[in-house]
Write a new protein. Sequence first.
Length: 423
Amino acid sequence: MLQLVNVGHKSLGDYRTLVTRGLMEEIKRLAEPLAGARVVHVSATAFGGGVAEINYTLVPLMADAGLDVEWRIIHGSEEFYNVTKAMHNALQGDPRSLSSEDVEIFARYNAQNAADFAESDYDFVIIHDPQPAAMIDAFPQRTAKWIWRGHIDFSTPNQDVFDILLPSLRHYDASIFHMREYAPRADGLGRVVIWPPAIDPLQPKNMALSPEDAAYIIDQFGIDVERPLLTQVSRFDPWKDPLGVIDAYRDVKRRFPEVQLALIGSMAHDDPEGWEYYNRTVEHAGGDPDIYILSNMNNVGGVEVNAFQVHSDALLQKSTKEGFGLTVTEALWKARPVVAGRVGGIVAQIDNGETGWLVDSPAECAEACIEILRDPAEARLRALKGKEYVRTHFLTPRLLRDWLVLFNQLAGRDTGASDIISV
Ligand code: UDP
């Protein structure tokens, strides 16, 4: 069998004070007819990336709701991951295609993993992302309902590569995408469902942290906790625009000379592109002692990211292209003013002028920061609305509820829930 991931235990009861009673009751009602339903999540990795982040909370909560749920990881090797990385990029628009050898490798690994998978053991099989998407081809006599969860933007795929995947995707009973715009334009896909991802409000990165504890933590990094601080948490990647953030900060500094900037990004040892852009960012900062460029290499983990978010006067996510933008969700959840690029999933999260600031340039980003520093009380009101929006839309119990609605619908039960969007 495919390797099982140990997710430990979580209790839905712990989330009771964080979401509405109505939602908790709905989860209970939807879970009742699904008691004991056998569910398996299948993905390529249990570490790093959005799927892992979500599943470590979602899977134990599904179990606590009464489902018999597992999470399994497919077998792979370098030759397979090279192909799936190229496929991932192509599905998001990279013009490079796959060779016939690549296609053969993809099919072979999917067939091998399918041979190690007992589909008749399950009522619902959830396949995450493209890597294991073709396993379904090995089960023409399926007894489970198969669901494909796409976590990337399929709105402008490289058509050659998408066509390799499409025959498999057509076998699924349902496919799920983050946003309507991200669903591929293709016939014969079965049910297409849209729902956004969610964050876990109880994990170290998002749990409640007092201002004193947050200040204590960031003081360790040399930041002056008495002076204003702007922070962006992001990979060092051109689309996250750290250079534009530095330009905006310089504008702000002309009006508020005391302001400091923290750029926090996780670095992988094996990601040369990330290092190259990190170096460009350091160079652009030009040795300014008020710019702090930090990463996991400086021991900035979940709690530290939380502390920076809680302590900052404004949180930036000045992306020029974005998938969903979980950093924005996390920032809004801390009830701090958020200034973010008007792109991708960010526009689904921030209502400009109501719950945060959407910007199109470093100059607009600077203007928004200046407005926030000038009138923190007014900015705080907006930030509090942003937090409430996250509470009702982007916390894991809502995601659990959406899954329960879909399971019931696929089992032919009318749930009375009309607000998961089918297109
Ligand atoms: N993240 C982190 N430490 C860092 C940078 C990023 O923990 O130094 C996390 C961040 O908190 C978020 C995720 O990585 O949970 C990034 O997700 P997002 O959707 O914002 O962007 P992506 O990197 O997937 O494009």
